[in-house]
Design a binder for this molecule. Structure first.
Ligand code: CAA
Length: 255
């Protein structure tokens, strides 16, 4: 199985891509399986946070060049697995990418679907599509510029050059850099930390950050204010605040 789903303790799901012979290139079968898995864990109340990882050598080297080298536009329109991008974009729970090795092209775009990116010191990010005569097709020209700004994004997109984990962190593409051997553990620890917090608040924060970025500041602030008020209808708000006042740890129910 080239994509696996593992339910970890503490309401965390671990999704791994494992196709090392092709550097985890995202062929149709992998994209289709990612779509199935993320739809499944989106609907599973026992999952509160997910980690997406490749192997300890590569996150993903992009779309499968062998599978599309002779393709025509209509083939690209009909190719299997493209719904994965929509499922990932709409995944409502916090998602952490654990990046070891290359995250290139569609692999970099895949990482950018996450809410937090933990990278190993040896990780390399890039959008090298221009070197094979195409452009990014899963958000690279849009999410990258929103993450790092126009001038860093343009350089990455127009040259196809790779960026080190440290440089990616400095420009805002990576949340945290850790030694290569600690990436997955760190991502799982962060996921466990987030999964122990109230899931309705976590989902609402994600929704507001992602949706708010496309709105005017006034509209986004209004959305936030109304969502903030709605939190007072949750059991976890009562529990969180009472526990604070009673000087005891909270027991969040997820309601
Ligand atoms: N698609 C298909 N096969 C790939 C691949 C890809 N994206 N990346 C690597 N492979 C295959 C190679 O063809 C090779 O296969 P064979 O053994 O059959 O020859 C195998 O994986 C090992 O690759 P390398 O020998 O090149 O391994 P390396 O460790 O020396 O280099 C690498 C690794 C830097 C990732 C290099 O393989 C590379 O540059 N890959 C292509 C990266 C790329 O251009 N990605 C963008 C793809 S387009 C895209 O993603 C569109 C989009 O936005 C959705």
């Amino acid at each position: 199985m080239e994509v696996t789903l593992e339910c970890r303790p503490g309401n965390v799901a671990l999704v791994r891509i494992d196709r090392p012979e092709a550097r985890n290139a995202l062929n149709g079968a992998i994209r289709e399986r990612l779509a199935e898995i993320f739809a499944e864990i989106a609907a599973d109340d026992s999952v509160r946070c997910a980690v997406l990882a490749g192997t300890d050598k590569v996150f993903a080297a992009g779309a499968d060049i062998k599978a599309m080298a002779e393709a025509e536009p209509i083939d690209m329109m009909n190719r299997p697995g493209d719904r994965a991008w929509k499922v990932l974009k709409e995944f409502p729970k916090p998602l952490i990418a654990a990046v070891n090795g290359y995250a290139l092209g569609g692999g970099c775009e895949l990482a950018m679907h996450a809410d937090i990116i933990v990278a190993g010191e040896g990780a390399r990010f890039g959008q090298p599509e221009i070197k094979v005569g195409i452009i990014p097709g899963a958000g690279g020209t849009q999410r990258l510029v929103r993450a790092v700004g126009k001038f860093k994004a343009m350089k990455i997109l127009l040259t196809g050059d790779f960026v080190s984990a440290r440089d990616a962190e400095a420009m805002g593409l990576v949340s945290e850099v850790v030694p290569d051997g600690e990436v997955l553990d760190r991502a799982l620890a962060l996921a466990g930390q987030i999964a122990a917090l109230p899931p309705i608040a976590a989902r609402t924060i994600k929704e507001l950050v992602l949706q708010g970025g496309d709105l005017s500041l006034d509209s986004a602030l209004l959305l936030e204010r109304n969502a903030f008020r709605l939190m007072f209808g949750t059991a976890d708000q009562k529990e969180g605040m009472r526990a604070f006042l009673e000087k005891r740890p909270p027991a969040f129910s997820g309601r």
